[in-house]
Design a protein around this ligand. Structure first.
Ligand code: ZN
Ligand code: FE
Length: 251
């Protein structure tokens, strides 16, 4: 049974997602209840589950109100049970999860937060603040080696996997990417599309793993042009990744 996915804009630049299969409907990372309720009403869908990729308030702020109003079950990282408001079902890589009859893979992707997870179902990955379009999350509760391992886990997904991120950071991420790899024609082409989309107020979601591998500097630490621009031709992958993350922090 195919998934139906509805993008819900929240706060300034957050994304929540309604994911519907059969009679079940989950919301991924509800920042706030209002826009989620409006989207549910517009579609005529009833909320059954709330999925959280990590504990930050801009991803969980709607949990309690939506759980109360719809009797929806909150599903989130077992490792962060104490920090997920209203958590009903803690999940990890071993447990996985079942969304009705649909098998959902849970990937543990720590570093932005130590409990961060990604939900992967039917060729779609909800990556929260771990992987962004042309970017990655800040290292609040982990280090460069931990984030590199987490991103490497996501990179093992098939190229066709659709990527749904926690924020619309794409244009700024792309501007940074272009400073490191101006000779990447896929990146330059993508930036043209992103600028045109954003000028009209459009969303850049979903991305795909193949597109990220081709344009996201955080996944391209082995590229000669990036390494040359950093003066790190001979450094290890984690060192290059850490330097890119450090530069982006102050971009
Ligand atoms: Zn976050
Ligand atoms: Fe966030």
């Amino acid at each position: 049974m195919p998934l139906e996915i509805e993008i819900v804009r929240c706060l300034t630049d957050n994304y929540a997602y309604l994911v519907r299969i059969g009679e079940l409907c989950a919301v991924v990372d509800p920042s706030e209840p209002g826009p989620v309720k409006a989207a549910l009403a517009a579609k005529g869908w009833r909320l059954s589950h709330i999925l959280n990729t990590h504990h930050h308030l801009d991803h969980t702020g709607g949990n309690i109100a939506l759980r109360q109003e719809f009797g929806a079950q909150v599903v989130g990282p077992a490792k962060d049970a104490s920090r997920i408001p209203g958590l009903d079902i803690g999940v990890d890589e071993k447990s996985g999860w079942a969304f009705g009859g649909l098998k959902v893979d849970i990937l543990e992707v720590p570093a932005h937060t130590r409990g961060a997870i990604a939900f992967v179902m039917e060729g779609c990955a909800f990556t929260g603040d771990t992987l962004f379009a042309m970017g990655c999350g800040r290292l609040f509760e982990g280090d460069a080696a931990m984030m590199w391992a987490s991103l490497s886990k996501l990179m093992a997904l098939p190229d066709a996997t659709k990527i749904y991120c926690g924020h619309e950071y794409t244009e700024n991420n792309g501007r940074f990417a272009c400073t490191l790899e101006p000779g990447n024609s896929a990146l330059v082409a993508r930036m043209g599309e992103v600028r045109a989309l954003r000028a009209k107020g459009g969303t850049t979601m979903a991305s795909s793993m193949g597109l990220e591998k081709a344009t996201n500097p955080f996944l391209r630490v082995g590229e000669a042009e990036i390494r040359k621009n950093l003066g790190m031709e001979k450094a290890g992958d984690v060192a290059v990744f850490g330097e890119i993350r450090k530069r982006k922090d102050s971009f």
